[in-house]
Design a protein around this ligand. Structure first.
Ligand code: BYC
Length: 329
């Protein structure tokens, strides 16, 4: 079912002429800003698009724990360690809210996890890069969670009720994540020359992959037109990417760090920063499974799932036993 859903994902925008009376009424509700709830009638293509996006998002949260998990045992202080642990635990929670939101659309969690573990499902490109130093914890919080907030704040107002409500809590937690990342960057940038160099190195490595998080350019984005019509997307990939650049450049200046883009310049006429070309070949290679850490991430994720089997079995056995006892009483 999942594979079929992904394959048949909508690529072309539906016009009024293509729509049945039900679809027209559905579109009119969306246009009027009415939220769609799980039991409401919806076009199959809307359901499939949401399952695709929400499940990819859930997988990203789950796989997104791995690059940071790498530094829990090597955090520089007990305080930093407990903050990092709390953040990683939040990401697990985000994954769970999102799997629950996807389940309201009629797909099972087992199907979604099977798609992730077999390598069929996508998750965010950003989590296929290595975390080489402690400064990467700062750069991820600042740039990656910062980008996630920019992308996800509009999702709090998207048309599908369960997704939009999950996003409200996710965004609150993401803002703590971004602050803790910036705080790490501040400490390093104001520390010794070596620490500042670590912060600059992390910025150099995470800058371009963070811009890629927003997806292909608007001209290349296959899903945007229809998702915008359905108010799943409220802003385009390029609009949100520009917002990220405009917001982040002054923050880098405050840190005394340099954005690794020789073409970056302020355009007083447009009121935006212009930036250099993104390496889309790299982006597509990562999506194809050829990023620096794709194979390692999937291996680690599958192992964690298999290692946890006894625990899931124990929970089910316990629940069954309780139900039997209740029935017998
Ligand atoms: N990585 O037509 P497009 C987090 C795919 S979690 C991989 O523009 P769409 C965090 C796209 O899926 C971050 N794949 O698609 C967690 C599509 O492929 P399919 C995740 C990407 O859906 C832990 C194809 O390229 N955030 O922040 O309209 C710790 C064409 O793209 C990427 C979300 O998932 C990518 N970067 O727009 C810290 C947010 N970009 O499915 C932080 C929700 C594109 O047709 N998702 N693709 O085979 C979205 O807002 C949208 O799905 C996207 C893409 C903007 C990402």
């Amino acid at each position: 079912m999942y594979a079929q859903m992904v394959e048949t994902g909508v690529k072309n925008i539906r016009t009024l002429d293509d729509m049945s009376a039900d679809e027209q009424a559905f579109q009119a509700r969306i246009d009027a800003g009415v939220k769609i709830e799980a039991k409401d009638w919806m076009p199959e293509a809307y359901r499939k698009t949401l399952i695709r996006q929400i499940s990819q998002h859930a997988h990203s949260e789950i796989v997104g724990q791995l690059p940071e998990g790498n530094w829990v045992t090597r955090a520089p202080t007990l305080k930093r360690k407990s903050i990092l642990l709390a953040k990683i635990q939040d990401e697990a929670g985000h994954g769970l809210y999102l799997y629950s939101a996807a389940e309201t659309l009629g797909v099972s969690r087992d199907e979604l996890l099977a798609a992730l573990h077999s390598g069929k499902a996508k998750y965010s490109s950003i989590f296929n890069y290595p975390t080489l130093s402690w400064a990467d914890m700062g750069a991820i919080g600042w740039l990656v969670d910062g980008s996630a907030i920019i992308n996800q704040i509009p999702l709090c107002r998207c048309s599908y009720g369960p997704y939009s409500r999950a996003m409200i809590r996710v965004c609150k937690e993401e803002s703590f994540h971004a602050r803790q990342g910036y705080d790490i960057m501040m400490s390093l940038a104001k520390g010794t020359l070596e620490q500042k160099a670590m912060a600059q190195d992390a910025l150099n490595r995470w800058w371009w992959p963070s811009l890629m998080m927003f997806g292909p350019s608007d001209a290349e984005s296959v899903n945007s037109a229809q998702s915008t019509k359905w108010r799943i997307k409220l802003f385009s990939n390029d609009e949100l990417r520009q917002r990220m650049v405009d917001q982040t450049v002054p923050q880098a200046e405050y840190l005394g760090l340099t954005i690794p883009d020789p073409d970056l310049k302020w355009n007083a006429e447009t009121g935006h920063y212009e930036f250099g070309d993104i390496d889309w070949t790299e982006f597509h290679e990562v999506l194809k499974g050829n990023g620096p850490c794709n194979r390692e991430r999937l291996r680690t994720r599958v192992k964690a799932y298999e290692d946890g089997e006894w625990f899931r079995d124990a929970l089910v056995a316990h629940a069954e036993k309780k139900a039997q006892n209740k029935a017998a009483a």
